[in-house]
Design a protein around this ligand. Structure first.
Ligand code: CP3
Length: 344
């Protein structure tokens, strides 16, 4: 039996008050993160230096006692581990060498992924060891879903609506499917290696799922994610999986019916009551406070929190935000959020 509340909720128990963690809980809103980030120099160096990456993963656990720690890394470390050029330009976000032709696709190194990811896997081991001092806190490993990562790989950058990548999926679906297949295989190997290294749950971030038409959503989100989730279920039935098809809207019901995940994360715009009615009752829900309500704080934030709790009471649930914490978030608002949640 699981004794960690977060894992109990993912196993289908209506734990109350609900367990809580926050997307991007390690990040620039914390002064201690900014200090460690400055020591590392750049963001990729931070992700690939186990001592520093483990330190920033644990910082928000020490400060707030969250029920889960999430490995400090990035969804773009899978293309990086396949050898695709990646850098994070200050103020510009991620920049990649775009994969738009067969030569670029063939240059991606699939068999080398787990070896190149060695420092990230070492971070997982160190965080698990560090969590011995926080026995109620579980460790989440993660990856991006193939669709979202393919968007960055084909577009070569973030920041927009991935027009090039979305056109490529229509114009040359055979090529696009080959990019997706390679990515799916790399993602499976990478997630299995994280579980092997000590991740107790896994999450798949599909941040750009909502950019697709319904037919595209079925083909590029549901199908590959269902295959990935089934393979993980088969090989690691002990490690629960959270899916996050962001901005899926009512297609969330079809996703939850067809993708064998143990939990689905709700984005900010999802109505928790609607989700509770359309997702199987034993499948956990996670979410979905507006990150801007956490910046604002005060009674408006508390009212939003109570509305989410009221809709989720009696079913398996993990409190979180609807998207990542933003840098202007005052750390004391997170402390207040924890007081409100722990009071139930
Ligand atoms: O949640 C956590 O605390 C764990 C770490 C984590 C990061 N990125 C750290 C990060 C996780 C789980 C991610 C996932 C991620 N990365 C997603 C999916 C979730 C989402 O936000 O939709 C996406 C789309 C990315 C890609 C990415 N990484 C972008 C677009 C950017 C630049 C934008 C920005 O916020 O600066 C990043 C960089 C990044 N990843 C930062 C952090 C803490 C900021 C880098 C810094 O410190 O300079």
């Amino acid at each position: 039996m699981d004794t960690k509340p977060f894992l109990q909720a993912l196993a289908g128990e209506a734990v109350w008050p609900p367990p809580v963690w926050l997307m991007r809980q390690a990040g620039r809103y914390l002064p201690e993160y900014r200090r460690t980030r400055a020591i590392a120099g750049d963001f990729i160096a931070l992700c690939t230096t186990p001592e520093l990456a483990a330190e920033v993963t644990l910082q928000p656990i020490r400060r707030y006692g969250f029920d889960a720690a999430i490995l400090f890394s990035d969804i773009l470390m899978v293309p990086w581990a396949m050898g695709q050029g990646l850098r994070f330009a200050e103020g510009e976000g991620p920049l990649l060498e775009p994969v738009r032709d067969r030569a670029a696709l063939e240059a991606l190194d699939l068999p080398g992924v787990v070896d190149r990811a060695a420092p990230i896997l070492e971070t997982v081991r160190r965080v698990r060891a560090g969590l011995a001092m926080h026995p109620g806190t579980a460790l989440i490993g993660f990856a991006g879903s193939p669709w979202t990562v393919a968007c960055y790989m084909v577009e070569g950058r973030g920041g927009g609506e991935f027009a090039e990548a979305r056109r490529a999926a229509f114009r040359d679906p055979v090529f696009f499917a080959e990019v997706m297949e390679k990515l799916e295989a790399a993602t499976l190997a990478y997630l299995l290696a994280q579980a092997e290294a000590g991740a107790e749950a896994l999450m798949l971030f599909d941040s750009w799922a909502g950019l697709l038409s319904p037919s595209g959503f079925r083909r590029w989100v549901i199908e590959p994610t269902a295959r990935l989730a089934a393979a993980l279920r088969d090989l690691r039935p002990d490690v629960p999986l959270i899916g996050f098809p962001r901005l899926a809207g009512p297609l969330l019901a079809e996703y939850a019916a067809r993708v064998p995940v143990q939990a689905v994360a709700m984005d900010t715009g999802m109505d928790p009551a609607w989700a509770a009615a359309h997702v199987p009752p034993r499948m956990a829900l996670q979410g979905n406070l507006d990150p801007q309500a956490l910046v604002a704080g005060g009674p408006a934030m508390e009212q939003e929190v109570r509305a989410i709790l009221a809709a989720m009471k009696g079913r398996p649930f993990v409190f979180n935000l609807g998207h990542g914490i933003v840098p202007p978030t005052p750390p004391e608002h997170v402390a207040r959020l924890m007081e409100v949640l722990r009071a139930g």
